[in-house]
Design a protein around this ligand. Structure first.
Ligand code: NAD
Length: 371
């Protein structure tokens, strides 16, 4: 019997509502996956933790996170905490989790469910069946490099500096993660950088080529200039499988790719740390891309699909449970095909359902697929 420990951190606003639907699916996995059990713990993060303990995540919750095999987070924040001091704001909990566990690889899939292809800003034939994964370096690069400042240079003029800094090791570990992922998908990595005009881009290109040669010669590698990558994503997105890139380009390219596929309520993500040699597993946190949606919180109308799809990512990338991950993703596709829609993805002729009914419908499909 294998036991996997999951820490659920629902957070604030709709985070609480959507996490209940994840628990519904976990109960089915526990009933249907003989030999594997998920042991679930809960704790607070974000505004709810500030209300209870005065900090956005407690040391005790961090200890639970350290002991867990994977963390699933809902969302943090909301107007109630807009005026708390900057150091203890709800996002500080999220940042502490990312920083303390050195979650350097951010995975953002862009999947277009056939039933939602009409909702894309691109033509149906370009996006139907789209399934790409952007791996963005999350803890270094332009957003963290020093110097980072605005200085006065006289005559009413100012000078602003951001610095893009990367080391060989920082690039190497992202490329290894991208290659590991590609092996579980269509075996192709496209590395996007600007080696034509940036020294950091030259290092990204050279380290990628060397890492690929030593670590993953079996994976197809394509080097693409980041600006061309942005164009190709709009022109022919299905040419990509895994796109690996730095923090700045990844921020832009992952939003571009994700938005081709419809609502925020549909988008999962994962943040992975280094592989622990003892377990062969990365520290990992899975969460929807969206926030706590205070405008709809407490109404039972939030779309739980992004968070349920985040659980599917946890099964695939933390626990090697591809069959069960496939079952969850197929269940989501099925309920969409059946015409069920939460308000954010509602279309003419479809049946509008709330959070709980959407969760129950997906759970029923998962149960049937794992029977
Ligand atoms: P948001 O993602 O919470 O909401 C943006 C819009 O999308 C809203 O209209 C919302 O109703 C809708 N939406 C989002 N998720 C949805 C879902 N699952 N189903 C249906 N509709 C959904 O972004 P925001 O309004 O800019 O931010 C609200 C709060 O969330 C802020 O406090 C912000 O700081 C925080 N936030 C947290 C995270 C996180 O926890 N990772 C990410 C983004 C924003």
């Amino acid at each position: 019997m294998t036991t996997h420990k999951l820490l659920l951190l629902p957070g604030d606003g709709i985070g609480v509502e959507i996490m209940s639907e994840v628990e519904r699916i976990i109960a089915i996995l526990n009933a249907k996956c003989g030999g594997t059990t998920f042991e679930v713990e809960h704790d607070l993060v974000g505004g709810s933790a500030i209300d209870a303990h005065g900090v956005a995540i407690t040391d005790a919750a961090m200890a639970k996170a350290a002991a867990a095999d994977a963390i699933i987070l809902g969302a943090v924040g909301g107007p109630k905490w807009d005026d708390v001091p900057y150091e203890i704001r709800p996002e500080a909990g999220l940042l502490r989790l990312r920083k303390d566990f050195d979650l350097f690889a951010n995975l953002r899939p862009a999947i277009c469910y056939p039933a939602l292809a009409e909702a894309s800003s691109l033509k149906r034939e370009l996006v139907e069946g789209l399934d790409i994964m952007i791996v963005r370096e999350l803890t270094s690069g332009t957003y963290f490099g020093e110097p980072k400042e605005i200085s006065d240079i006289g005559n009413g003029q100012k000078r602003a500096v951001d610095t893009t800094v990367y080391t060989t090791a920082e690039i190497e570990r992202v490329i290894k993660s991208a290659c590991d992922l590609a092996r579980k998908r269509s075996n192709k990595v496209s590395m996007a950088a600007k080696w034509n005009v940036m020294k950091s881009g030259v290092l990204w290109r050279d380290v990628t080529i060397a890492t690929h040669k030593d670590y993953a010669p079996d994976v197809e590698l394509d080097l693409i200039l980041a600006d061309n990558c942005a164009m190709q994503l709009i022109r022919n997105p299905k040419q990509f499988d895994v796109i690996a890139t730095d923090n700045l380009f990844g921020d832009v390219l992952s939003d571009e790719a994700a938005m081709m596929t419809g609502s925020l309520g549909m988008l999962p993500s994962a943040s992975l740390g280094a592989v622990d040699p003892a377990t062969g597993r990365s520290k990992a946190m899975y969460e929807p891309v969206h926030g706590s949606a205070p405008d709809i919180s407490g109404q039972g109308i939030a779309n739980p699909i992004a968070t349920i799809a985040s659980l599917a990512m946890a099964l695939r990338y933390s626990f090697d449970m591809g069959t069960q991950a496939d079952a969850i993703e197929a269940a989501i596709a099925q309920v969409l095909d059946d015409g069920l829609r939460t308000a954010d993805i509602m279309q003419d002729g479809a049946t509008k359902v709330g959070t709980e009914d959407m969760g129950k419908a997906i759970a029923a499909q998962v149960e049937a697929k794992l029977a």
